[in-house]
Design a protein around this ligand. Structure first.
Ligand code: 2RA
Length: 335
């Protein structure tokens, strides 16, 4: 069965990655519409080897499609997801707008895809933050050992903030080599050759938006509202690839070998050769991949420590959008 699909936010990094994956995975789309907010002025985006015109979301007739994948951010989602819903379109939303709404499923197919069956109607499925999804997959692998507390520090690349942030890192780096000043616009301080320990706004409790996202979305995905999560999120001067340093406390800690097998069994790449100086995965190698990589696995007094790394745009965001779309189609939810 072929269905018409819209990608809203098509000109962004995640939008382009969604289009790439739809094409690479030969999603059965009878037609794909590229849509985004704002005047598009003849702009095009690529879908496989086709160039698509970009439609302004303000004038887009949603009743032309059966499925819309929204990756344009919370403001656009809040405004246009209800409109798409009224037109009878199923929506997959990658924004913060609905992630904590108990009436809407929050899904990573490999983590809680089976819970989709519990929902009678599925007009809207929300996807977690790209900082959450790869980590959820790694934690899911350890579930049988009884997770009780998770302490995580993130190392997040600038592509997580979009194209303008990537340009800011590139410009600041060149400027520093040429002993020039350059603009600080996207971030509150220079990101080149620096580390920024605050992602999003910091609340009255001292927790940043990004940390809160981990603290609230991981328990929902893992179906464990009692899980204790401590997080510190840091922006690093890397273009693509988020990384996580993770300590978990478990009721029955697996040894490192067993943990490596558990990670591999759920499809994660385990690159962990302590005897080699370069026996671990880094953002450099995982950029462009849809997969999640695990390294530095070792037992700790109360559990396990490990390193996770994944391309935030492809593995953290676009992959979930496309896999959820495939799942809805396979389950007959888009008939
Ligand atoms: C970031 N997770 O990396 C955010 C984007 N959603 O900035």
């Amino acid at each position: 069965r072929m269905i018409p699909v819209a990608v809203v936010g098509a000109t962004g990094l995640v939008g382009q990655a969604v289009l790439d994956l739809l094409a690479e995975r030969q999603f059965p789309a009878s037609r794909v519409f590229a849509v985004d907010a704002g005047e598009q002025d003849g702009q095009t985006v690529s879908f496989g080897n086709i160039e698509l015109d970009v439609h302004d979301v303000e004038d887009f007739a949603f009743d032309q499609v059966r499925l819309a994948i929204f990756v344009a951010g919370a403001d656009v989602s809040r405004r246009f997801v209800p409109e798409a819903g009224k037109a009878g379109v199923a929506v997959i939303d990658f924004s913060g707008a609905y992630r904590l709404d108990g009436d809407i499923p929050l899904i990573v197919p490999e983590v809680n895809g089976d819970t989709l069956a519990d929902w009678e109607s599925l007009s809207l499925v929300s996807l977690p933050n790209c900082t959450v999804a790869p980590l959820a997959r790694a934690l899911k692998a350890l579930e049988a050992h009884g997770l009780s507390r998770i302490t995580v520090s993130t190392y997040q690349s600038v592509s997580g903030s979009g194209q303008a942030a990537m340009e800011e890192l590139a410009n600041q780096t060149t400027a520093l080599f040429n002993q020039r000043e350059s603009d600080v616009a996207v971030y509150p301080k220079r990101i080149a050759f620096n580390l920024l320990p605050a992602i999003g706004a910091i609340g009255e409790d001292g927790v940043s938006d990004e940390e809160r996202s981990l603290m609230l979305e991981l328990p929902r995905l893992l179906g464990r509202t009692d899980l204790i999560i401590e997080a510190m999120c840091v922006r690093v001067p890397v273009f693509f690839g988020h990384a996580w340093s993770v300590h978990v406390e478990t009721a029955t800690p697996p040894d490192a070998d067993r943990a490596r097998k558990l990670f591999a069994a759920v499809g994660l790449h385990v690159v962990d050769e302590p005897s080699r100086e370069d026996g671990f995965a880094t953002p450099m190698e995982v950029a462009g991949s849809e997969d999640v990589w695990v390294s530095r696995v070792r037992a700790t007094p109360r559990g396990l420590a490990f390193w996770v790394v994944a391309d935030n745009v492809r593995a953290g965001a676009a992959r979930n959008a496309v896999r959820v779309a495939e799942r809805l189609l396979a389950d007959g939810r888009l008939d």
